[in-house]
Design a protein. Structure first.
Lengths: 190, 309
């Protein structure tokens, strides 16, 4: 019996997250974990994001249901927290905007009538952090994304890379420039 | 068939017993051809027969050919593998079962593992603080944890050297993504120091617990999620909450959970570098430093790497 192991929180920039459309389950079991595959081949069941919370709104009718928008240098993450994410919902309700926040959460997708896939984050937790942590996250995420891009280019034989290639045939340059843009924005603030 | 009998023959010869080759071959042949026993089974049964005949203990025959190799404790991650281990008995526990002779912990420079010496193991009891070479012990997985079993075919040799334990420290840098339940203000059993769940100790039942602070954190670097345990003094240092103030906080709120909440607020979502020793799946943290400023040089390097195309 293999012990339960916690899903690693992946680092993905908002732009790449928004451009992700492939979800799949690892196995047939109804409890098998659900993954979102990003264009550069990150297999995401859990995410770690640090960014600026710029908007929040309670869009619930009967009970509280919070929507927030978190900005990183490449775009924004939509986050939704309701009664099943009590910790995060409470944190959203209490916090003032704008604020630097660190979010650990699960990816979720929604397909519109037109067949467009919208990605959002269902936060497990949200905490207020400082600007330095946010900068560290940008560096961290840039590094992880570059590693994935290298694997895409280098013809790595990992199944995740193959899957991402086959499904997205990603424009590697597009993502290199996304990373570059994020890093340069960091440089400018120095 | 010839080969197998030859093999068995020479094996017994090593043990100083001369068995006519023809006898072995006849027996094997009878098993395989007449009684349709698979070859491997036939071989085993023939060996067992002659062992009994000549009164040779089984382990004497099998240890010689055992494939157990000398391994480090941190490498023990395959259920059912036979290994040899050089290690120091660092702790012996009270054993609870009559068929068990001794239970405790063995450590080497790479880690610590629980061992069970069954009553069937035919070597004298080990003593705490002594280093040994354990031969032909078997790795066993239970509840996702690995342990060592010493049984009939195991043996032990005392070592003169003193094995230094747990000196291997590991460093892990990542984001602190979660603090798990069982953290914050907890109570421990005054007898065995185990953390209590709902006021009861697994071993000693309902007891008057002793307060303690600890943090069971998950550090995540995007590749690995590492469980880490932060003990009281370090937890106090990181949060600025002393045990006394935590108790006061909990008393005010009539809820121990507020301490955990407070710790989460202070620590989760930030980047840390933790140093400590590994015990099973946990990192026992000796030092925890928040990574604050980013390194401009690192930034420049990454920018260069992103410009490649």
């Amino acid at each position: 019996m293999a012990g339960y192991s916690r899903e690693v929180a992946r680092r993905v920039f908002a732009q790449e997250f928004r451009e992700s459309t492939l979800t799949f389950k690892d196995g047939e079991d109804q409890y098998a974990p659900q993954y979102l595959m990003t264009p550069t081949g990150a297999r995401v069941n859990r995410l770690f994001i640090v960014g600026t919370l710029v908007e929040k709104e309670d869009i619930g009718t009967d009970s509280e249901y919070w929507r927030g928008r978190v900005i990183d240098p490449t775009g924004s993450f939509m986050i939704y927290a309701g009664q099943y994410q009590p910790e995060a919902a409470q944190a959203l309700a209490e916090c003032e905007i704008p604020a630097f926040v660190a979010i650990v959460g699960k990816p979720s997708t929604y397909t519109t009538g037109e067949g467009d896939v919208h990605t959002s984050v269902r936060p497990e937790s949200m905490h207020i952090v400082d600007g330095q942590t946010r900068d560290l996250w940008v560096i961290d995420t840039a590094r992880k994304t570059l590693t994935r891009l290298k694997e895409l280019e280098g013809g790595s034989d990992s199944p995740d890379v193959a899957k991402a290639k086959e499904y997205y045939s990603p424009d590697v340059k597009h993502y290199y420039s996304m990373v570059s843009q994020a890093l340069v924005s960091l440089k400018e603030t120095y | 068939m010839k080969e197998t009998s030859q093999e068995i023959y020479s094996k017994f010869q090593e043990l100083g017993v001369e068995i006519p080759l023809q006898d072995i071959e006849d027996r094997l042949d009878k098993m395989v051809s007449k009684f349709k026993v698979p070859k491997e089974e036939a071989r085993r049964s023939v060996v067992n027969y002659f062992l009994k005949e000549h009164n040779i203990p089984r382990n004497q025959f099998y240890t010689g050919q055992s494939e157990s190799s000398l391994m480090k404790i941190s490498e023990l991650n395959v259920d059912g593998k036979w290994v040899n281990i050089k290690g120091k008995v660092v702790q012996l526990w009270e054993n609870t079962h009559e068929s068990i002779s001794q239970v405790g912990l063995i450590a080497d420079e790479t880690g610590t593992i629980k061992f069970t010496k069954w009553g069937s193991a035919e070597f004298p009891e080990v003593t705490e603080g002594q280093s040994y070479l354990f031969k032909s012990v078997v790795v066993n997985e239970w509840n996702g944890k690995f342990q060592l079993n010493m049984n009939k075919s195991s043996s032990v040799e005392q070592l003169d050297e003193d094995i230094t334990v747990g000196t291997s420290t590991i460093t892990f840098t990542g984001a602190l993504v979660d603090i798990q339940s069982g953290s914050g203000l907890i109570k421990r059993c005054p007898q065995c120091n185990r953390a209590l769940t709902k006021g009861a100790c697994m071993e000693h039942g309902k007891v008057d617990g002793v307060y303690d602070l600890r943090i069971k954190a998950v550090l995540d670097d995007g590749i690995i999620a590492q469980d880490a345990i932060i003990k009281r003094d370090l937890a106090e240092e990181m949060t600025g909450l002393t045990l006394e103030s935590a108790i006061a906080l909990a008393a005010d709120a009539l809820d121990q959970g507020v301490v955990l909440e407070e710790m989460k607020k202070l620590l989760v979502g930030k980047y840390y570098t933790a140093t400590g020793s590994r015990v099973e799946r946990y990192l026992l943290v000796d030092s925890l430093v928040q990574r604050s400023a980013m390194d401009p040089q690192e930034l420049d390097e990454l920018i260069a790497a992103a410009e490649v195309v």
